[in-house]
Write a protein that binds this ligand. Structure first.
Ligand code: ES4
Ligand code: ZN
Length: 326
């Protein structure tokens, strides 16, 4: 009906999507064959049927296994370009894409192949679709701070073409406090920063991200609601939350979308955005996330407008670009 068309049509930004989490099953088989890799599923249908998760860790295990098919520059190009084409169809006008290079460099892929593939696809998609896009380098919190600092040094030659630095991986037991030196170094080198926090972790992890790491954005952030003083601080600092509702449902962070904290986050005055995280794994790109939330929480047109506007305002675009898009 009407609101569904409105959701699809409204210009929006996607701020929380992992390139290596956006390999459609058909693409997974194509890349495996191209690189001579034997998958443990017999068909794309069988692979898709394996997308059943108990929690973040059970997802991450399958996701890191899937990463093995991304080897050469062309592989990174193809996955990035296909996502941007799909995003453009969904009226995403701005896309800020995570990639976690440690998954690939540890298997022997040179960083230059990864970066040339991703940045080449972004350049070509910007030209072909008029979409605006960029990459955020996401390091792994289940690895050491020294590993993260090593990756930071390695990506410096692309500093001018990197939007910022993020962090993902197993949230518990890897609190933000483990990475104080790393995030200070990122900031000193002029990078914007964000970190996954408050997905499975407690409000205190979100607090650490804001107060110890001084990040510009929180990826997820759901659990902040249990700490009203923290909520006030997030509102005051206008720190955007990149919430991923269907991801939360599929990883049992929430038991149903009806129970999702999205509306409570909005009602608290937080700068909430809706995002897809790893769309093929969770079966929903960004519009499907918005559609399912609208249905489950009876979101109004005004609330959809707020979510879309928050996504543009919360992006790492320069402020004059934000003004043009809002
Ligand atoms: C994640 Cl490293 C990574 N990639 C994709 N999704 C994630 N969620 C938490 N960490
Ligand atoms: Zn994520």
């Amino acid at each position: 009906n009407n609101i569904q068309g409105f959701i699809r049509g409204i210009p929006k930004a996607e701020l929380h999507m992992h390139i290596e989490g956006c390999i459609e099953p058909d693409m997974m088989f194509k890349l495996a064959e191209r690189n001579g890799i034997q998958l443990r599923w017999d068909s794309p249908e069988e692979l898709r049927a394996a997308y059943e998760f108990n929690d973040l860790q059970s997802f991450l295990t399958l996701y890191f296994e899937g990463c093995k098919v991304l080897v050469r520059e062309q592989d990174f190009y193809d996955v990035t370009y296909d996502y941007l084409a799909k995003a453009h169809e969904e009226n995403v006008v701005r896309a800020e894409l995570f990639i976690g290079p440690q998954s690939f460099t540890e298997n022997g892929t040179p960083l230059v192949e990864l970066m040339d593939g991703v940045l080449g696809a972004i350049r070509d998609a910007e030209k072909a679709f008029g979409i605006s896009a960029g990459v955020i380098i996401s390091t792994h919190r289940h690895r050491s701070e020294a590993d993260a600092l090593e990756m930071l040094d390695a990506i410096m030659r692309w500093q001018d073409r990197i939007l910022g630095i993020g962090m993902g991986g197993a949230e518990i037991p890897n609190p933000p406090s483990k990475f104080v030196n790393y995030f200070r170094t990122c900031r000193e080198r002029g990078f914007r920063t964000c970190i996954h926090a408050g997905e499975e972790g407690p409000a205190d992890y979100v607090r650490q991200a804001v107060e110890l790491l001084k990040v510009d954005r929180i990826d997820h952030g759901n659990s902040c609601l249990s700490d009203p003083e923290l909520v006030a601080e997030l509102v005051e600092k206008q720190i955007a939350l990149t919430v991923c509702p269907v991801s939360n449902l599929k990883l049992n962070v929430v038991s149903s979308l009806e129970d999702h904290p999205l509306r409570r986050l909005l009602d608290a005055g937080l700068q909430v955005t809706v995002n897809s995280d790893d769309p093929p794994y969770f079966g929903a790109y960004v519009n499907e996330n918005l559609l399912q939330c609208q249905a489950a929480l009876n979101l109004s047109v005004d609330e959809i407008v707020t979510l879309a506007r928050n996504s543009i305002v919360g992006s790492f675009l320069p402020s004059q670009e934000v003004t043009k898009l809002t």
